[in-house]
Design a protein around this ligand. Structure first.
Ligand code: AMP
Length: 303
C-alpha cells in the first residue's frame, strides 16, 4: 500500500485559554489546525477551512512551514475569524467555555479543491454535522473517513449527526459525548452501541485516563502517556486524532493491527501537545522525538 495524503476539514481559530497557572490570548488554534499539525509528522495534509482577513500572515506561515497544503483555506475579506475562549478548572481536565464567536465559521460552506477530491483518507474535525456532510458529498471515493463531534451537535443537530454516522468509518468522541449520544451511562456499552449507528470503529477518549477503542471484533484500551509537564490540554483530542489519521494515511491502509499502532502514535502526539499552549510544544519537536517517546511508552506498557 502506498502513502496517501490526509484531507482535514475543521475550525481555524484564535484561541484564548486560561489555566490555573497562566493564560494566553488570541493564539493559533482550532480543531482543523491541531489535527493538521499533528498529522503532518506522518503524511502530506490537505486542509480545508475558513478564516477572516484578521488572520495574520505569521499564523499562515506556521502551517505552511509543515507539509500542509493550504489550497483549501478560504479567506473571507471584511470578516472575522472564529474565536474561542476556554478556562480550565484546577484539575486541568474539566473546562468551561467562556466565549465563542463563530464569525466566518458560522456560515462556512466548505469547498474541497479539485486537487483534494480524490483523497482516500479524510478527517472531519469538529464542525457542524451539516458541514461534514457537505464535505463528504465532494470527495469521490474515500477509503477511510473518521469524524469528531461534540455535545452541542449531539443535542441540537442530532438528525444530521446520525446521517453523518451512516457515511463514515470511524468516530472519535469523549466519554461524556458517548453517553449523551447513546443515553447509556456505561462507557463500554455506549461505545459498542455507537457501532450499531454506522461507523465500524469507535474511539472513546477519556482524557488523562487514555482511550477505549471498539470494532466489531475487539475492545482495546490504551492509557494516556503520563507526562508530568501538563500545561494546556486544549487540542489534545484533535492532535490525538491527527496522529491516528496521519499514521493510517501514511500506511495507506487500515486494519486492526495498524489501528492499534495508530492509536499509540495519536496518544504520543497528544502528550506533546499538552506540554505547552497552542502549537508551541509541537513546533519544537520532530518525528524522531515522537519515535523516542513511543519506545519509552512501549516499555511502560510491557507486562
Ligand atoms: P479540544 O481541546 O480537542 O476539544 O479542541 C479545542 C479546539 O476546538 C480549540 O482550538 C477551539 O478553537 C476549537 N473549538 C471550540 N469550539 C468549537 C466548535 N464549536 N466548533 C469547532 N471547533 C471548536
Amino acid at each position: 500500500m502506498t502513502a496517501s495524503p490526509l484531507l482535514v476539514v475543521g475550525s481555524i481559530a484564535f484561541d484564548s485559554v486560561d489555566t490555573p497557572q497562566a493564560s494566553r490570548e488570541n493564539v493559533i488554534g482550532g480543531s482543523g489546525v491541531f489535527c493538521s499539525y499533528a498529522a503532518s509528522y506522518f503524511t502530506q495534509v490537505q486542509l480545508v477551512g475558513v478564516v477572516g482577513d484578521d488572520w495574520p500572515a505569521e499564523f499562515r506561515q506556521v502551517l505552511a512551514s509543515r507539509p500542509i497544503d493550504l489550497a483549501g483555506l478560504k479567506v473571507e475579506q471584511g470578516k472575522r475569524t472564529f474565536r474561542w475562549h476556554g478556562r480550565y478548572m484546577p484539575n486541568m481536565n474539566d473546562r468551561e467555555t467562556l466565549d465563542v464567536q463563530l464569525n466566518v465559521f458560522g456560515e462556512f460552506q466548505p469547498v474541497v479543491p479539485e486537487t483534494f477530491r480524490d483523497a482516500r483518507f479524510v478527517f472531519l474535525a469538529n464542525s457542524l454535522p451539516e458541514v461534514q456532510c457537505k464535505v463528504l458529498s465532494q470527495v469521490r471515493d474515500p477509503r477511510f473517513v473518521m469524524a469528531d463531534t461534540m455535545d452541542l451537535w449531539i443535542v441540537e443537530h442530532r438528525l444530521n449527526l446520525l446521517k453523518v454516522l451512516k457515511q463514515i468509518h470511524g468516530l472519535v468522541l469523549n466519554d461524556e459525548e458517548a453517553r449523551l449520544l447513546t443515553g447509556d451511562a456505561h462507557v463500554v456499552r455506549a461505545g459498542r452501541a455507537i457501532l450499531e449507528m454506522g461507523p465500524r470503529m469507535v474511539v472513546v477518549k477519556k482524557g488523562e485516563h487514555g482511550t477505549l477503542f471498539f470494532t466489531q471484533d475487539q475492545t482495546f484500551a490504551m492509557p494516556a502517556y503520563p507526562t508530568a509537564a501538563l500545561v494546556d490540554p486544549t487540542g489534545a483530542g484533535d492532535s490525538f486524532a491527527g496522529g491516528v489519521m496521519g499514521f493510517l494515511a501514511s500506511r495507506g491502509n487500515v486494519d486492526d493491527h495498524l489501528l492499534r499502532e495508530a492509536i499509540a502514535y495519536g496518544t504520543i502526539v497528544a502528550s506533546f501537545n499538552v506540554e505547552d499552549f497552542s502549537l508551541d510544544r509541537m513546533r519544537r519537536i520532530e518525528r524522531p522525538d515522537i519515535e523516542s517517546r513511543l519506545s519509552q511508552f512501549r516499555e511502560m506498557l510491557r507486562i
